[in-house]
Design a protein around this ligand. Structure first.
Ligand code: NAP
Length: 284
């Protein structure tokens, strides 16, 4: 039976470390500040934004929310980003995704000052990550690396398979595993014989977005299984991509949903905001 990876416990440790760093920075006259921009009234986005605000408060990070109506134009949104780029008490800018139809998310991300890009989605930061010389890592993959570290799971020399190739999860995840000397394969919707590929994985990361997607026949006995998925099952209950009940007995470690990868994402956002504050105050 797999050991369950406790994302809540690890994220609590990361948050405690962040709170200490914030306190130390405040003594030096720097209060890390995060601006969260939300456009429209997507209920899931509203929950994420509220959670981010609460997490900032709990760690002493100054946070500002900019809630704009769904009718906001691209020009208005870009003007706000520009204003925040120049705001001295704001070190991190996060524009909550998804944006309402008609707004160009890519252009908004590119307008954020790379030094304030705490999501690490800007092409400059993506390039830095590729090279392996970076300040920020995207929060979800960074959180997964933190979980592996906390459970002393070494990546070096391991066969790692990532299912999913999005810019926010799959691709950076693969890159971080590669930086840790894993042998990495990225799978996607056009991958042939997916179970055959995933069965080779010592470390299997699923970032697909489909419940019960990863079944027991796709998992090598003893594999580490990391579930990024956040889906609703037939009963409307939050679940991951992994068919947990059948995979748990096979794996060596497994992340549950909820309580696995999810709590790490916000913790890493806080960490990135502190890094941004240090970077902008020449304290790195
Ligand atoms: P996404 O952009 O929709 O990407 C999904 C990926 O899965 C795509 O690369 C897609 O391949 C691949 N895929 C779809 N069907 C497949 C199949 N049958 N076989 C193999 N690959 C398949 O999603 P995302 O933004 O990366 O998010 C993935 C999941 O993680 C979602 O459930 C999301 O809610 C969750 N998530 C969780 C957190 C967290 O904090 N826990 C953070 C971010 C995302 P193609 O590229 O070929 O289409």
């Amino acid at each position: 039976m797999a050991q369950r990876i406790d994302g809540k416990a690890v994220s609590a440790k990361v948050r405690a470390a962040v709170a200490q760093e914030v306190a130390a920075l405040k003594e030096r006259g720097v209060t890390p500040g995060l601006a969260v921009v939300i456009v429209g009234d997507d209920p899931a986005s509203r929950i994420y934004v509220n959670n981010k605000k609460k997490a900032c408060q709990a760690t002493g990070i100054h946070s500002e929310e900019y809630a704009l109506p769904a009718s906001t134009t691209q020009e208005e949104l870009l003007a706000l980003v520009d204003q925040l780029n120049h705001k001295k008490d704001i070190h991190g800018i996060l524009v909550q995704s998804p944006l309402p139809k008609g707004l160009d998310e890519g252009a908004v991300v590119e307008a954020i000052d790379p030094q304030k890009d705490v999501d690490a989605f800007h092409a400059y930061n993506v390039g830095k990550i590729m090279i392996g010389d970076y300040h920020f890592l995207p929060c979800t993959p960074a959180g997964i690396m933190e979980l592996l570290k906390a459970y002393e799971i070494s990546v070096e020399g391991k066969r790692c398979v990532v299912i999913g190739r999005s810019n926010i999860v799959g691709k950076p995840m693969a890159m971080l595993l590669l930086h840790q000397n894993g042998t990495v394969t990225i799978c996607h919707s056009r991958t042939k014989d997916l179970p055959e590929v995933t069965r080779q994985a010592d470390i299997l990361v699923s970032a697909v977005g489909k419940s019960h997607f990863v079944t027991a026949n796709m998992v090598k006995p003893g594999a580490v299984v990391i579930d990024v998925g956040m889906n609703r099952d037939e009963n409307g209950k939050l679940c991951g991509d992994v068919d947990f009940d059948t995979v748990e007995p096979l794996a060596s470690f497994i992340t549950p949903v909820p309580g696995g990868v999810g709590p790490m994402t916000i913790a890493m956002l806080l960490k990135n905001t502190v890094t941004a504050a240090k970077l902008q105050n020449q304290l790195l």
